[in-house]
Design a protein around this ligand. Structure first.
Ligand code: NAD
Ligand code: UDP
Length: 313
């Protein structure tokens, strides 16, 4: 296949490029590097099966030649990024998704949307199955990201129903691994960077909110299986192993061997407003239709992530 990946220089996108190339496919990565992610794909520069296009997908995407699939990952998923760039976040969910779908339609290629567990907002159903419609505050600070993805899902289903495009929607839950940006502000790079530099880990509020962390190779396997499937309905991809943020901080300290300690802080900006209190994927559908479930334990995934960060901190 020849696969075009928007957001291909990002954290997940670059791992996906590696996996598709390893499977013998050709990859075209499209990214405007708004989050300074060029180094993630530097190792692919001389690969004849890899092409990079520096392009803002909010503008129409022109590509000469055939494509078998468009995987749309371009977005601003870090809460720090989308609070700083709310308009850009909504734009890439709306115009970017439209342009990526139009490209798939024009090339008769299949389309995969990287959506998110944030479509469930601060969930009132636990764990979250795909049938749950969510609890999102559309005018809150997180709404720019959540609604950008909810719109993107609606547009994807509209192209499926009205334009006959073969589409897939992955609802991705918190994923971590090497190549996350040190300053991206999400909990994994924050805690690992802090543990390695001896600064106390900044646990927001009382650390009782929960998340479920999936290692990036497991996610990429799920995305690849979804692409090869006929499933058009959303599929949750995440690791059901749920823990509190405080427990996660303790795991980072233990696995990194750090004595940096923990600081309970209340952010002064809006980053914890509407912060989901709990989050855990119900992956029954992924098990049934993709035969997929995560394999990498937190111990193993965090060890690899910490080692990759050690040389960068
Ligand atoms: P990331 O920030 O590392 O990568 C996103 C990439 O999109 C960046 O390289 C950025 O430069 C690019 N981009 C943003 N706007 C663009 C535009 N207008 N034109 C071209 N490129 C643009 O994020 P990630 O963690 O790799 O996430 C990848 C996808 O997975 C996103 O769609 C995200 O919403 C989704 N997702 C990720 C997670 C996670 O935990 N990592 C969880 C849920 C959903
Ligand atoms: N968090 C934290 N300290 C940090 C960064 C994040 O306690 O330094 C918390 C945050 O409030 C949230 C959870 O960790 O409850 C996950 O945050 P992240 O930004 O990684 O992603 P989210 O799941 O909120 O999209």
């Amino acid at each position: 296949m020849r696969v075009l990946i928007t957001g291909g220089a990002g954290f997940v996108g670059s791992h996906l490029c590696d996996r598709l190339l390893a499977e013998g496919h050709q990859v075209v990565a499209v990214d405007n590097l708004i989050t300074r992610s060029a180094e993630n794909i530097a190792h692919l520069r001389d690969n004849p099966d890899f092409t990079f296009l520096d392009h803002d997908v909010n503008q129409p995407i022109h590509f000469v030649g055939e494509l078998d699939a468009v995987m749309h990952l371009a977005s601003l998923p870090s809460p720090v990024d989308y609070l700083e760039m709310p308009i850009e976040t909504l734009a890439v969910g709306a115009y970017g998704t439209h342009n990526a779908l139009e490209l798939a339609r024009a090339k008769r290629a299949q389309f995969l949307l990287a959506s998110t567990s944030e479509v469930y907002g601060d969930p009132l159903v636990h764990p979250q199955p795909e049938e749950y419609w969510g609890n999102v505050n559309p005018i809150g600070p997180r709404g720019v990201y959540d609604e950008s993805k909810r719109f993107a899902e609606a547009l994807t289903m509209a192209y499926h129903r009205a334009r006959g495009v073969r589409t897939h929607i992955a609802r991705i839950f918190n994923t971590y691994g090497p190549r996350m940006r040190l300053d991206d502000g999400r909990v994994v790079p924050n805690f690992v960077r802090q543990a390695l530099s001896g600064e106390p880990l900044t646990v927001y509020d009382d650390g009782s909110r929960t998340r479920s962390f999936c290692y990036v190779s497991d996610l990429v396997e799920g995305l690849y299986r979804l692409l090869l499937s006929d499933e058009a309905l959303p599929v949750n991809l995440g690791n059901p192993a749920e823990m509190t943020v405080l427990e996660f901080a303790q795991a980072v300290l233990r696995i990194s061997g750090s004595d940096a300690g923990i600081a309970f802080v209340t952010p002064k900006d809006e980053r914890t407003k509407d912060d989901p209190q709990t989050r855990q994927p119900d992956i029954s559908r992924a098990r049934a239709v993709l035969g997929w479930e995560p394999r990498v334990t937190l111990e193993e995934g965090l060890s690899k992530t910490i080692e990759s960060f050690r040389v960068r901190v």
